[in-house]
Every structure is written in structure tokens, then in C-alpha cells.
Design a binder for this molecule. Sequence first.
Ligand SMILES: [Zn+2]
Ligand SMILES: [Zn+2]
Length: 237
Amino acid sequence: MRCPSCSAALSPYSYGEQTIDVCPECHGIWFDPTELSIVAQEMIQKERIADPEAKDAFKVRCKPIDRNEPEKMCPRCEIPTEVFNYSYDSNVFLNRCTRCRGVWADAGELERTAKYIKGNPAVNMYAESLAKDLANRYKKSLICRLLTSRILSGLVALLYLGGALFTGDSETLWRTATFLVFPLVCIWFSDAMGNYTGFIGFRSPPISQKTPGVFIALGGWLFLLSPLIVAALSSFK
Ligand SMILES: [Zn+2]
Ligand SMILES: [Zn+2]
């Protein structure tokens, strides 16, 4: 991707969980949609913006749009970007692509955006809730990842097999191995199984809707842990 200001090649740069594209020559930054507010919010949270600066930034009125400025092209779509006032009244003028909604910030404009967000409580609250939403989504996906973890379920299966081996009885070992097949298939291939629609047998009605893989994985886990659950329940009696 080429810099919209000076045509130098942009280089990717990791900021927290975002990968932004920075111009090594003019230090402008390209943000894909939503990256700008997330990076600005992270700058604020990491205390990179001092309080007095933030207060001043909200009051300062920057220079108006220079209409004679050469057009900046979107580095992704290669069409002209439009100039816009961040959050309508920040007077931080950034460039935005009307097609991919990516945003270009010249050197220093990211800091000014962050200062504006910090200095404006309403915007700040909104940006904070955005960041919280993202964190929640991340948490949810962590649960999904645990449920569909092949390593975790594989370890549990190995524990069962180990226990069966310990009894020294080949019949128990064989039964344990057969028992493990169904839950492991559910957990390991939950997405593929959830996506399956159609007939599962002669008598049963066809499956007409996709099942979220995570439910299948959850079912697999319940089945996998059922001997332990039964054992735990019977020990209460
Ligand atoms: Zn540049
Ligand atoms: Zn674009």
C-alpha cells in the first residue's frame, strides 16, 4: 500500500491487537474501519495523553479545511478520499475512503483525535463502551475456543484411556475407547457437524437448520464428562 500523502510504501505496525499501516516518510497512519477509535482509546488507557493536554484540545480550534490540498487516494481502493471532521465537532480533519471506510491520519492527527476523545466526556464514554464490547466479544470467543479445544478434550480422553489401562482389563479399555469416539468427534469437528443439514437416518426428520458448532461441542463435553458427572452425583447419595 502507498502513502496517500507522499506515496512511500506503508509498513504494518502492531498497536495492541490492531495492525495499522504507517508511512515511514511522513509518519501518517492508515486505519482500517474502527481501528482509529480503538487505537485512540488504547492511547488514552495507556496514559499516553496527559490530562491538561486533553482539556486544551477540546477548546482549541484548528485550521479549517484547505480546499487546495492535493487529493489523497485510498491506499486500498485507489479512489479519492473525502475530508471529514472527526466526530463532527472535533476540528480534527481526517481523510476517509467512501468505499472501504478506512481513515487516513496525517502525522500528529492520531494524537489530536485521542486528545479530543479524552477531553470530551460524552465521546469518551462512547469510545469506552466500544472498547468494552470488543473485550466481551473476545471473552466469548475464548469460551468458544475452550469448548472446541482439541488439546483439552484430547487430554481428558487420554486420562480416561490411562484409567482404563490401569485396570489392566482389555474389555474396559475397548469400551472406554468406543465411548470416547462420539464426544471427541462432536468437539473436534463441531463446526463441520453443525453445518450439516439433511437426513441423519430413515426414521428421523431431516435437519433443516445449521446448528452453531459451539452447541455441538458443548453436547460433546457433557457426553465426555457424563461418567464423571454421574459419579459425582452418586457420591452425594
Ligand atoms: Zn507518507
Ligand atoms: Zn478504500
